[in-house]
Design a protein around this ligand. Structure first.
Ligand code: PHE
Length: 340
């Protein structure tokens, strides 16, 4: 009986290693281990054995059985892998399947407009300057001819960090910072893009917004240089038909000062809801740099003059693209941003 068992084991292992398909393996499982399988048959006959023989034969039978089972598992795994590889080979890779699209990033409308403004002024020979967003009272107000108790400070509601430091309310402090660095060099021609902060929050005001400051200092710079520059600039941004209008205004750091309007981008000046039926839109503040500002920055106000202006990038962006609520610029809604 022992011999028979060993023979069955050897036959089974040989046949298993020759099996070429999973079906073959299944047939072999039935043939050897199934209810009517060869091994099962032999084990059934064990009842006829003597009490001495039985444990020995039982042990051999179990060994043979587990050998066959182990081989079955190994061969099944191997044949499954072969079958998988064959399937992949037959099917191949379908290169005509559409790929998964990559989302393309884009520029924020405020970035687009800021870059457009920069490009225009770089073309006129200006360079770009920057300054800190956390500013001292001195640069934000004092040096700009706005002493501590000056009522014009009320025009710019301010976030103070301490008595002497604040979030800058405009980019104008960079006028002084730039001149301090360049003095006595001439000409000074810079634009200053940057974030500014005011305690304001509604559909057309945000506590954080972006400005671009402009500053030009040289011998014999006049108000007509300011007018010519801004007129050209407005036509570059809003189209060649755009007209500009200068209205007398007041800023402590410029004298004289002017508010600049453009003909309404919606109605072309006829009057509509956007321009409150005036035909004009207020667009920026400007003026001739105040002699005191030149002097605190180190320049001789008897020798040099200059102009400055400051504009809100959000306002220009809203007018350019017909956006009626400023807050949508900061909501990060892709449905909005993907339109640019
Ligand atoms: N800084 C002023 C503001 O934010 C704008 C301005 C800049 C006016 C330069 C005149 C000259 O309101």
């Amino acid at each position: 009986m022992e011999e028979k068992l060993r023979r069955i084991g050897a036959d089974a292992l040989r046949e298993l290693s020759n099996a070429g398909t999973l079906e073959d393996l299944n047939e072999l499982r039935v043939k050897y281990l199934g209810k009517k399988g060869e091994l099962t048959q032999v084990m059934r006959g064990m009842g006829a054995l003597s009490a001495e023989e039985r444990p020995l034969i039982g042990q051999i039978a179990n060994e043979v059985r587990s050998l066959i089972e182990k081989e079955l598992t190994t061969r099944t795994a191997a044949l499954k892998e072969v079958a998988r590889e064959q399937r992949l080979r037959e099917e191949g890779i379908d290169v005509t399947l559409p790929g998964s699209p990559l989302l393309r990033g884009g520029k924020h409308p405020l970035t687009i407009v800021t870059e457009e403004i920069q490009k225009f002024f770089l073309g006129l020979g200006y360079s770009i300057a920057e300054g800190p967003e956390i500013e001292t009272d001195y640069y934000n107000f004092e040096a700009l001819n706005l002493p501590k108790d000056h009522p014009a400070r009320d025009m710019q509601d301010t976030f103070f960090i301490s008595d002497d430091t604040l979030l800058r309310t405009h980019t104008s402090p960079v006028q002084v910072r730039t001149m301090e660095k360049t003095v006595p060099g001439l000409p000074v021609k810079v634009i200053v893009p940057g974030k500014v902060y005011r305690r304001d929050d509604d559909a057309t005001h945000s506590p954080m917004f972006n400005q671009v400051e402009g500053l030009a200092i040289d011998r014999r710079i006049t108000f007509s240089d300011l007018k010519g520059t801004l007129d050209l600039f407005m036509r570059d941004i809003f189209g060649p038909k755009t007209k500009t209008r200068f209205r007398p205004s007041y800023f402590p750091f410029t004298e004289p000062s002017a508010e600049v309007d453009i003909s309404c981008v919606m109605c072309g000046g006829k009057g509509c809801r956007v321009c409150s039926h005036t035909g004009w839109l207020e667009i920026l503040g400007s003026g001739m740099v105040h002699p005191r500002v030149l002097e605190v920055s180190g320049y001789n106000s008897e020798e040099v003059t200059g102009f400055a202006f400051g504009l809100g990038v959000e306002r220009i962006t809203m007018l350019k693209y017909g956006i009626d609520d400023l807050r949508i610029l900061f909501e990060n809604d892709l449905r909005f941003l993907q339109q640019f």
